[in-house]
Design a protein around this ligand. Structure first.
Ligand code: BGC
Ligand code: BGC
Length: 446
């Protein structure tokens, strides 16, 4: 059986973060408010009322964080650009100080020998755009394309590859359908126009990026869907869930069409959001790489009560992370094999743009994280041996950070952050990852 040391030569080692989760400095240098500033201030929205106002103070401490990345031996660093730093109201006037921050960050990364892999949207929509309807408003897609042009005109000479969106599934479902994330809307399936407008934004931005000779990726949260039994009812429920979680966000981009959403009761034109020509705009700019964010499989059963066309059920036979998520490394292999089967020639090279787990702070050394990473990387080596084309792996996350509705309670970092003092302390998993990178390079070449 191949293992992590058999990952291909030239395989890219990375770590990932996102702007609102680490930067802090929400009122500095002209940054406008985002939906997460508004949402996290709402009583009861986030555990213990935590906000990202300070977070890891990365806005000021990025040199120290880049030194940690350099010592770790990373090839690449995935971070996100805060749209409201660049355009405080989402459109119109550009905030030079915001662009200048990312300029400094990119230069510092390059100076440390690390390739920047920016994501243009990781959920922190400018509040002014939310006030105009957010992702339910088609105009937001056009504003995103304009924002993409502004950012890449500034950084595109040094940054070759760009991720447009992070996990439109999670943003749509948690943000617009269930309301557990910003902007906190509870529209259930009527949230899906927000999904279409994000995909349209991806397509319009992809064209902007290609016009500048830059590469385009999209990072999707993908999950292998396991029917709870072999009954036709469970199989049908699993298919409906797969359409919603996986295919809705991948088929339009890779195949130029939406999956069948009828089991969800959603009309083909997604409540009028899909205009003639939209699928071409989404599909024609070819994706240069698919970003896969993998955390766990999802077990689905037929619904036991009216409402949703599926029930999510637990996976009791698997160990669980501190967050309560099942740990199933082979799910990553299954997922990659499944993507190959479903998309065939239409599937571009893959990069794992997130994978990791939260471990309780009192568990030191953080051996559960080392086990998680080791077993998932072994599963990845197996998937590659079976034919998957995977070019790199960005673990979530470099630092303990602001875990959205969980505030600072879930710790996903290779580096511990004391949120009182901002002191960074590398964990056992950091040392382990560094040794793995060294050993892999020694064996396969960098
Ligand atoms: C899912 C993860 C997903 C996360 C989003 C969880 O419920 O199990 O796969 O990444 O939500 O925050
Ligand atoms: C998101 C990250 C998040 C991580 C753990 C992903 O859904 O992209 O922002 O912190 O999972 O929940």
């Amino acid at each position: 059986m191949p293992n992590r040391l058999d990952l291909p030569a030239g395989f890219r080692w990375g770590a990932a973060t996102a702007a609102y989760q680490i930067e802090g400095a929400v009122d500095e240098d002209g940054r406008g408010p985002s939906v997460w500033d508004t949402f996290s201030a709402r009583p009861g929205a986030v555990r213990d009322g935590h906000t990202g106002a300070i977070a890891c103070d990365h806005y000021h401490r990025y040199p120290e964080d880049i030194a940690l990345m350099r010592d770790l031996g990373l090839d690449g660093y995935r971070f996100s650009i805060a749209w409201p730093r660049v355009l405080p109201t989402g459109a119109g006037k550009v905030n030079e100080a915001g662009l200048a921050f990312y300029d400094r960050l990119v230069d510092a990364l390059l100076g440390a020998g690390i390739t920047p892999l920016p994501t243009l949207f990781h959920w922190d929509l400018p509040q002014a755009l939310e006030d105009a309807g957010g992702w339910l408003n088609r105009d937001t897609a056009h504003h995103f394309a304009d924002y993409t042009a502004i950012v890449t005109d500034r950084l595109g000479d040094r940054v070759p590859t760009w991720i447009t969106l992070n996990e439109p599934f999670v943003h749509t479902v948690f943000g617009y359908a269930l309301g557990t994330h910003a902007p906190g809307r509870t529209l259930m399936f009527e949230a899906l126009p927000a999904a279409h407008h994000q995909l349209l934004a991806h397509g319009l931005a992809a064209t902007v990026l290609h016009e500048r000779g830059l590469e385009v990726m999209l990072s999707n949260n993908l999950t292998p869907v396991w029917p709870a039994s072999s009954s036709p009812e469970d199989a049908a429920a699993a298919e409906a869930y797969d359409a919603l979680h996986n295919r809705l966000f991948t088929d339009p981009v890779l195949l130029g069409r939406y999956p069948d959403l009828s089991a969800l009761g959603v009309p083909d034109d997604i409540y009028g959001a899909v205009h003639p020509g939209d699928l071409d705009l989404i599909h024609t700019p070819r994706l240069d790489g698919l970003g896969v964010n993998y955390y766990n499989p999802t077990r689905i059963a037929a619904p036991t009560s009216p409402g949703l066309p599926f029930d999510l059920v637990d996976i009791p036979e698997a160990p669980h992370t501190a967050f309560g998520w099942p740990v199933v490394p082979d799910g990553l292999r299954q997922l990659l094999a499944h993507l190959g089967k479903v998309y065939g020639e239409a599937l571009p090279p893959i990069t794992i743009t997130e994978n990791g787990c939260s471990v309780d702070e009192s568990t030191t050394p953080d051996h559960p994280r080392i086990d998680f990473l080791a077993t998932h990387l072994d599963a990845l080596a197996e998937a590659i041996a079976e034919g998957a084309d995977v070019r790199g792996y960005y673990t979530w996350s470099l630092l303990d950070n602001y875990e959205w509705a969980e505030g600072y309670h879930q710790r996903f970092g290779l580096v511990h952050v004391d949120f009182e003092t901002q002191r960074r302390t590398p964990k056992a998993s950091y040392a382990w990852y560094r040794e793995l990178i060294v050993a892999h390079r020694a064996r396969r070449g960098g």
